[in-house]
Design a protein around this ligand. Sequence first.
Ligand code: MRU
Length: 356
Amino acid sequence: METLRWQKGQLILLDQTKLPMTEDYRTCTSWQDVYDAIAILAVRGAPAIGVAAAYGAVLAARSLDQTAYGGDTAAFCADFEDLCRRLDGARPTAVNLHWALEQMKETARNAAGQGMAAIVPALEAKAVQLHQEDVAINTAMAEYGADELAKQGKTLTILTHCNAGALATAGVGTALGVIRALHKRGLIRMVYADETRPLLQGARLTVSELMADGIPVTLITDNMAAWVMKTKGVDAVIVGADRITANGDTANKIGTYGVSILARAHGVPFYVAAPVSTFDLSLQTGEQIPIEERDHDEVRCFQGVPAALPDAAVCNPAFDVTPHKNIAAIITEKGVLSHPDAVQVPAFFAEFTEKR
Ligand code: MRU
């Protein structure tokens, strides 16, 4: 199963709203199709959203009639950037969406120097590049993460939340990439996957991904995590991220914050696996991260079946923020950032920027 594929100028997405029961694909031929797919979570997970948005930007540029600009590339780029801003509004929390679109805008501006005809091919090449890079980033992250967790020197019982797997990226996944690499080394005893209400990314996606790879996995409901940590010998928690601020505070799927508190209470190290594109160094703390509030029927209903009165008051934040003090380390494709805080995060970035 491929999460996303660029084929003959169209973006083909595995429709994750239907998994694991049905393997269905959506074809996006316009940037609005990509917007809709991101908004309804047909494609989801921060890195996958970023790659999808990059292809969405190609479709946006193509939707503009080049001949109408009479060679005015600046006007073309201004309209292109306006479409990118609209696409950027599909989901607010995962910064990878914004990051990818910023890359695409810069690519258009640079290509404009070679004339109007150069812009769309340059955008397409850039989107393909971001797609391929995500595959390599995942692989590097997986190995760094496996090296880090292997330091425990035993086979591991791991708990994860939501889906930070192949379905959330273009590659092996972030948190699940690390788990895959540990499994290859014979170091996974068991993975406990929180079901992740309200949309069940854990039950529907993580469990089926790990089962398909023959990795031992046990599905639990979200409210079992504390007891599982107490009674099942959980050695580490590993999750993905949607945005990490300059002090290491990390937004991820709603429920992650609670899991981090439980991990701390049980002395279980809590790891975040995320590419550097998930860091937003323009924000100082997690309090500044915009948190997406989703449709309240996602909570009132369970997979479309009513579970509460239709007028029940609901709150449905899609993400929460784990304070950096609860995080043992952030695993990236550039290495492992231990004890992230307002000093360590900038120092880590300074170090790998210097190495370039
Ligand atoms: O609402 P979703 O399914 O897009 O939320 C996804 C998550 O919270 C993931 O953990 C995160 O994006 C990291 S994916 C590698």
